[in-house]
Write a protein that binds this ligand. Sequence first.
Ligand SMILES: O=P(O)(O)OC[C@H]1O[C@H](O)[C@H](O)[C@@H](O)[C@@H]1O
Length: 308
Amino acid sequence: MTVQETESFVIVKHPENPETSVTILKYGATVYSWKLANKEQLWLSDAAKLDGSKPVRGGIPLVFPVFGKHQLDTATANIANANDVKLSKLPQHGLARNSTWEFLGQTKENPPTIQFGLYSEIANKELTSIWDYDFELIYTIELNKDSLKTEIEVSNPAKSDKSFKFNWLFHTYLRIEDIEDTFISNLKGVNVYDQLLKQSYNDVQPVVTFHEEVDRVYKNVREDRDIQVVDKGKPIHTIKRINLPDAVVWNPWVNKSNGMSDFEPKTGFKKMVCVEPGHVHDFIVLSPGSKWKASQILSKDELKYQVI
Ligand SMILES: O=P(O)(O)OC[C@H]1O[C@H](O)[C@H](O)[C@@H](O)[C@@H]1O
């Protein structure tokens, strides 16, 4: 059987190679394993909680409606609009990764494709009482022989004049061999916001390398730039983005990993890098009756230097 559903997760196997599979936890609709010919492509912490007690540390957590923690400008906090006040009360990365999604079933035989849905009525009650907008998320996962496509559609079904604004991000944890032998290509010349330095600048480096914690938002990356994770000269992951202008690059390194109780082993930062396609440098505004759609495609392409 291509698709198997249990109480807490769904597993999809490729009909032509059952060792190519994707496994999704209903909590957060979090893809926590993606195997190509039995080789795991994603990083998952040994201490990740898969019981719905907290967001999954690893795989592909979904970030909506806010990336990070939304800060109100203290000077203007008392005149901030309702949208900003509500976003600022949500926990880091919003409510999608801490809600149990509905499995909607298989929508295509080959490539096997399945969908999950999350709506205001079924999302985490504690969080929808804060961010009380009407929303609908339809998440589509397509397992190809040599790639994984994840697509999101966000709708505002409200009848009244209740627009909302949001960020979206696929928080993809990629598995690598050794962070110090790894670089990321095709981000040269992009304007970046460094979350550690709290500064924006133009990244002039030909590739991104890792020798300490890195936490950067690459903004407005041209859609035709394929971001590649390269290990000792070989591309091991290629990330394509559709309608997702930004890409966060994150590795927590030693201190930050030590501070995360669900990050194990503590040396795990050597085996992972997050490349996170999203729309986070500003917000998308969705008026009643409108929709927004975006996707990421993970694959293993040939090495392609588009800019050095
Ligand atoms: O610990 P979490 O809430 O899952 O966030 C993990 C990380 O997510 C993103 O990559 C942010 O850029 C980082 O600043 C953050 O540390």
